[in-house]
Design a protein around this ligand. Sequence first.
Ligand code: AGP
Length: 606
Amino acid sequence: MCGIIGIASYKDISKEILDSLKKLEYRGYDSAGISTINNGEIVENKCAGKVSDLEKLIKKTSLSGNIGIGHVRWATHGAPNQANAHPHSSEEVSVVHNGIIENSAIIKKELIDKGHIFKSQTDTEVVTHLITENLKKMNYLESVFATLNKLEGSFALGIIFKKFNNLIVGARRGSPLAVGYTDKEKYIGSDSYALNSMTKEVSYLDDGDVCVLTKDKIEFFDKNKKKIEKKIHKLANDEDVYSKGNFKDFMSKEISEQPEVIKKCINEYLDKIRKEINIVNFPVDPKKITKVNLIACGTAYHACAVGKYWFEEFTNIDVSVDVASEFRYRNNKIKTNELYIFVSQSGETADTIAALDFCKKKGAKTCAIINVTESSLSRLADLVLPIHVGPEVGVASTKAFTGQILVLLLFILKIARIRNEIKEEEYLNIIKDLENIHSNVALILNNKKIIEDLAVDFIDIKGSMFLGRGLSYPIALEGALKFKELTYLHAEGYPAGEMKHGPLALVENGMPVIVIAPKDRFYEKTISNMQEVIARGGKILLISDHADEVATSENIWSEIRIPKIHKFLSPFLSNIPLQLLAYYVALKKGNDIDKPRNLAKSVTVE
Ligand code: AGP
């Protein structure tokens, strides 16, 4: 999952292209590069590291030109180094790519047999050499189409040509690609976020589309080379939401925004007078739904796992939860009265998109719970439910998780009500507590100092475990994921009742074990599982709304108290201390909070 950008202008584009690459860095930050056409030649600047490293390089080498392409990389093929950084150029062509060319090895061999010399280990470089080869007997557009027909896999491409030095060609299959318009400049970019500082007018390419940009116009072609028109979307004027404000990083800003975004999301969906949830246009009549399938990746998958407990608690609907990368390759039996719900912050996660595509092609009805509404997934789903949490820039997802479980809960309560499967009193009690949940989250955030002080004891640990039961099991999974991706320390989320079936062997003196035990029907069982860990020397950090009684009696290392709340709403609260713990441990370790190593914000390759 990389980020690509291209600009065709009447003036020098070097500053603009560097600024856009900085905005795209959440998509990959292990190497960066830019190619421009200058004095009739392709000039390539690229290096390992961040865009700030590329900037230093360019200061020494100089960069100019009215036309150029740029790239930030998340390595798939070949180590993150200068040679494998994009763009990949020949005498005639320079290419940036996001995606994976699955048949690159075969094509590479054919081209080497034809005398082509490869400079990198990447799959992408075959595109450069294929186009160069085709240009010997075709014009630029035919050479691109001939190349695309040979490629297997996914791609978003940006291509410039030495001989056709006033244009950029873009192509999409599987990986997202947008274009942008102003009077005197035209752009291509991996998403609207990369373009919104330069234009508020964008169009999105669909799979198989090719576009040709000059500074004056953009032409679109479908996979059969037929000219097509594209709808122009207007982007919201929301520049400032992309700034850190007074926070030192996006993650701490996004954690602190949770009370506000919860309020905003509830205002969007709940009619506070009639206590009605405003979700309509269900793709399957709620009364007829026989099964619900929840599908996602990473943190979004954990939100689905919380949703499964709520579906089972409030409705009689059968429910399954799947990670998208597994679901998409299983021999799934798709049924029309079943609803397929896809959850994603970015809306661009390749595995989740492919899973939806699979279901749609089999006639399934789909719903997407999304943060980025200008995304591929939201353009594909039958019903789109935005989570209204605003842009999430930090790679480690925080407020989006809270928004995802909130919209899932509102969706489930609405279905339960339509099916008369939830008692009025229970429904109103949950809604009442939900309307106040933002203040409980704020309470925990106001006491974050306790967690900051605890964090120092985690810096040098070998590993840790996060335990929970029922609704707290997915929260244990989510807490462990945050801890891993931010601190680079091993952590495992586990159903507390499963410890004695193996993982208890991991527990030794002083090993931190985080136990999530709100006062619900799993409380006593979780506490006895916690005692099994204490008996083996585990160092317990207990997160509960009932900590006071237990803490004193069970020689627990430390406790974090969360406010008492409706037993089915504990995930909204018990997850916050886990976000903060991962944050503070990473901070104390000096890790890059917003751009953890080896990761990227939206995973656009499988
Ligand atoms: C979470 O912190 C990670 N960034 C990652 O697991 C993420 O949740 C996953 O890649 C899914 O992304 P999506 O919600 O944008 O589809």
